[in-house]
Ligand binder design. Structure first.
Ligand code: DQQ
Length: 598
C-alpha cells in the first residue's frame, strides 16, 4: 500500500514536470495523459482505503444484512437477552473504541420489537468502579416478580479479580431501560477461596427453587476441572455458595458462559427458566462453553432443587453434543413469553486476521436467533431459525421432485444468492447400496476434511454450493454423505470452507458432524441461511447445525451464485426445494455510541 502510493506520487510529480518543461508536443501530450491516469489512480486508491475501514459504508462486502452486529468495532458474547414490557433487549460484549478485543470491555445495548430490526442505544454498563474497572464481562438478565429486570455480570476489579456484580435499571418506566445503576453492595459475589483470580465468571439467568430461593451458576475451573458453581439468594444482593457445584467435569478446562434451563419433554414450546420438573414433564439443559476449544457443549438431565442434584443423561466429552459444530460460542438463551419459546443466540467470530478486522473497522457477529427445544427422542436439542425471518423473505422460488444425477450441478436462480434462505429435502433410493463406515471412534470433522466436497462417494457429497463464483473457483460446500453400518444408516453433514475464497490468510477449517436421522424413514433436509460472510446450516430439521464465516474475493453481491450439487455416483432426488431472497433488516444503523459514567 505504502510503496504503491509512494511510487505513484513520484510518477505523478515527474509526469507533471515533464508536461511543463517539454517543448515537444507528443511528449507533452503523453505526459498529460499519464498525469491524468495517475490522478485517477491516486483518487481511486484513496477512496478504496477509506471505504474499507468505514463499517457503515454500503461497500463493505462482508458486513451482513440480517445478522446482529454493532454499528462498528468489536463485539463478542450476547449478554442478558430478555423481553421486558413489549421490548426485546440484547446486550453484548463490546469494545466501543476499536475493532479488536480490549482489556476494557463494555456492555453494548440494542432493542427490538421483532428480534429482526434492532435500534442501538447508549452503552449499558461501563468499567468505571473498583469492582469492574478492568472490564465488564458477560452476564445475564432475570425478571424478578413484580416485573423487575436485574442484571448480574462479571466485573474485573482493580486487583484483576473476577467478581459478580448486580445492576438494576435507573428508571424501570423507561421503555428502553437505557440507564443501569450498579448496586452499592457490589461485588455481590467474591472470588471463592482456592480459585484463580481469572477463573470465575459469567453468571446465568437466575431460577427459583422449590424453597423460593433464587439460584445462579458461575463458570470456573480448578486444576483443569471445569466447574459450574451454584449460588443461592433471596434478595439478589446476598448470595451463599452451595456446598457443592451443580456440576463439574475433569479435564475440560474453564467453563465460560454457562446456561441452565428447562425444556419440555412433549412440546416444542419453551419454558420459563424457573419451571421445575413437575410430573416429569421437564428436563434441564446445562450448556457450557469450553474456553480451550471455543465450543459450546450441552448436557440433558434431571434437576431437583430440593437436593440441588443435576443428573445428566449424557457425558461431556469432546465428541458429544454441541449446539453447533462450526463457529458458535458463548451462546445464551432466554424465554420469550410472547411466543412461548426459548431463543438462543451466540457469538460467531471472524475467520480473517486482526489486520483484516482493523481494515474493516469491525469484528464479530451474532448468529441468527434460533428457537430451541428438546427432540422427541429426548436425546438431543433441535434448533430452527425464528419464524420472524419470514418478514424478510421475498422472491420465493421452488420446485419438487427433481432428480440430481451423479456429478451434476443445478443453479438456484431468481433470488439474491448472497442473502438467502434455502430449504431442501433430499430423497435417496437404493440406500441399501450405501458404502460401509464404522462410525465408532471416527471424528466427523476430520472425516469431512478428508472426504471433502471434491471426493466422490456413492451417496454424496450432495448439497449446496453457497457464495460460489460461476466457474466455482470460490464455493462454500454444505453437503451430506450417507453410509451404512450393520443395518443402520449414518448421515454425515459437512461444511467445507477450503475453497470459500481465493484470498489467503483466512481460517478455512472444514467442519462436520453426524446427523441423528434414519434416511430410510425420513428425507434428509438442509436449511441454510446465507448472509454475505456467514453461512448457517441446519441439517435433519435442526438436529445438527454448522455455522461458518467466509470471505469470498469474487463471489460477492451479484457475482455470488448458489448451486445444488451431487458429486456422488448415485443420483439423489430433490423432493422439495424452497428458497427466498432475504431483505436487509435495519440492524444498529443509527450510531449513538456514547459512554455513560456511572
Ligand atoms: N467472553 C467474556 C467472558 C466470557 C468470554 C469476555 C466468552 O465473560 O467468559 O468478553 O467468550
Amino acid at each position: 500500500m505504502f510503496f504503491s502510493s509512494f511510487f505513484t506520487e513520484i510518477a505523478l510529480f515527474f509526469s507533471w514536470v515533464l508536461y511543463i518543461t517539454s517543448k515537444h508536443s507528443l511528449v507533452k501530450m503523453t505526459s498529460a495523459i499519464s498525469f491524468l491516469i495517475l490522478v485517477a489512480f491516486v483518487f481511486h486508491h484513496a477512496r478504496s482505503t477509506t471505504i474499507t475501514s468505514d463499517a457503515s459504508s454500503p461497500e463493505q462486502p462482508y458486513r451482513t444484512a440480517f445478522h446482529f452486529q454493532p454499528p462498528k468495532n468489536w463485539m463478542n458474547d450476547p449478554n442478558g437477552p430478555m423481553y421486558y414490557n413489549g421490548v426485546y433487549h440484547l446486550f453484548y460484549q463490546h469494545n466501543p473504541f476499536g475493532p479488536l478485543f480490549s482489556n476494557q470491555m463494555y456492555w453494548g445495548h440494542s432493542v427490538s420489537h421483532d428480534l429482526i430490526n434492532w435500534t442501538p442505544l447508549e452503552l449499558a454498563i461501563s468499567p468505571t468502579q473498583p469492582f469492574d474497572i478492568n472490564s465488564c464481562w458477560s452476564g445475564s438478565a432475570t425478571i424478578l416478580p413484580g416485573n423487575k429486570p436485574v442484571i448480574l455480570y462479571t466485573g474485573i476489579d482493580s486487583n484483576n479479580r473476577q467478581v459478580q456484580n448486580l445492576a438494576v435499571p435507573k428508571n424501570s418506566s423507561d421503555p428502553y431501560l437505557r440507564e443501569w445503576v450498579k448496586s452499592a453492595t457490589n461485588p455481590v459475589i467474591n472470588l471463592p477461596n482456592g480459585i484463580q483470580h481469572d477463573d470465575f465468571r459469567d453468571p446465568t439467568t437466575a431460577w427459583l427453587g422449590d424453597d423460593g430461593k433464587w439460584r445462579i451458576l458461575v463458570g470456573s475451573q480448578k486444576d483443569k476441572t471445569g466447574i459450574a458453581f451454584l449460588y443461592q439468594s433471596t434478595d439478589f444482593e446476598n448470595w451463599s455458595t452451595h456446598e457443592s457445584p451443580l456440576h463439574e467435569v475433569a479435564g475440560t478446562g474453564i467453563w465460560e458462559c454457562p446456561d441452565f434451563f428447562p425444556v419440555l419433554v412433549d412440546s416444542t414450546n419453551g419454558a420459563d427458566t424457573s419451571v421445575l420438573n413437575i410430573n416429569s414433564r421437564v428436563k434441564h439443559v446445562l450448556k457450557v462453553g469450553l474456553f480451550d476449544y471455543a465450543r459450546d457443549y450441552y448436557l440433558i438431565g434431571d434437576y431437583s432443587s430440593v437436593n440441588e442434584q443435576y443428573v445428566p443423561q449424557n457425558e461431556l466429552t469432546l465428541g458429544t453434543l454441541r449446539y453447533d459444530y462450526g463457529k458458535y460460542y458463548a451462546s445464551k438463551s432466554f424465554f420469550d413469553p410472547v411466543k412461548n419459546r426459548r431463543i438462543l443466540m451466540a457469538w460467531v467470530n471472524e475467520s480473517d486476521s486482526e489486520a483484516d478486522d482493523i481494515a474493516k473497522g469491525w469484528s464479530g457477529l451474532h448468529s441468527f436467533p434460533r428457537s430451541i427445544w428438546l427432540d422427541q427422542n429426548q436425546k438431543q436439542l433441535v434448533q430452527w431459525p425464528i419464524e420472524e425471518i419470514e418478514m424478510l423473505h421475498e422472491n420465493e422460488v421452488g420446485f419438487q421432485n427433481t432428480n440430481l444425477e451423479d456429478a451434476s450441478l443445478l443453479e438456484i436462480e431468481g433470488i439474491t444468492a448472497w442473502q438467502a434462505d434455502v430449504m431442501i429435502s433430499f430423497k435417496l433410493t437404493n440406500i441399501q447400496e450405501a458404502e460401509k463406515l464404522d462410525p465408532s471412534g471416527v471424528d466427523p470433522q476430520l472425516l469431512c476434511s478428508e472426504m471433502n466436497a471434491l471426493k466422490r462417494g456413492k451417496f454424496g457429497p450432495f448439497g449446496l454450493l453457497a457464495l460460489a463464483t460461476y466457474e466455482l473457483s470460490e464455493q462454500t460446500a454444505i453437503f451430506f454423505r450417507v453410509f451404512q453400518n450393520k443395518g443402520q444408516y449414518i448421515v454425515l453433514m459437512c461444511s467445507d470452507q477450503s475453497r470459500s475464497s481465493t484470498r489467503v490468510g483466512l481460517d478455512k477449517t472444514t467442519y462436520g458432524a453426524f446427523v441423528d436421522i434414519d434416511p430410510q424413514q425420513e428425507e434428509i433436509s438442509l436449511r441454510t441461511l446465507i448472509d454475505q460472510s456467514i453461512v448457517e446450516s441446519f441439517g435433519g430439521g435442526g438436529k445438527t447445525c454448522i455455522t461458518s464465516r467466509v470471505y469470498p474475493a469474487f463471489a460477492i453481491g451479484e457475482q455470488a451464485k448458489l448451486f445444488l450439487f451431487n458429486y456422488g455416483r448415485e443420483s439423489v432426488m430433490i423432493s422439495d426445494l424452497k428458497a427466498w431472497s432475504v431483505k436487509k433488516a435495519r440492524i444498529n444503523i443509527e450510531e449513538t455510541v456514547m459512554c455513560t459514567d456511572q
